[in-house]
Design a protein. Sequence first.
Length: 85
Amino acid sequence: MSADIIKESEFRQWLIDLKGRIRQSQLRAAVKVNSELLQLYWDLGQDIVVRQIDAVWGSGFYSRLSKELKREFPDTQGFSVTSLI
């Protein structure tokens, strides 16, 4: 009977450790995703600045860009005209 108790306590400890590893992995994944998104938005901002310089005033550059990005990525937020400016 004592062997069952040891196995049960070992299982509980292993399970605690496993849950901790899963949580740490999920956190590392979230940090990587956020880092990649931050880099994407930084690059997007730089691209917009460069392209906006060549755009004719009143051409609807931001409106068109917003519309196209929303159409292609309907589940992604942050592509409103206000957000892009």
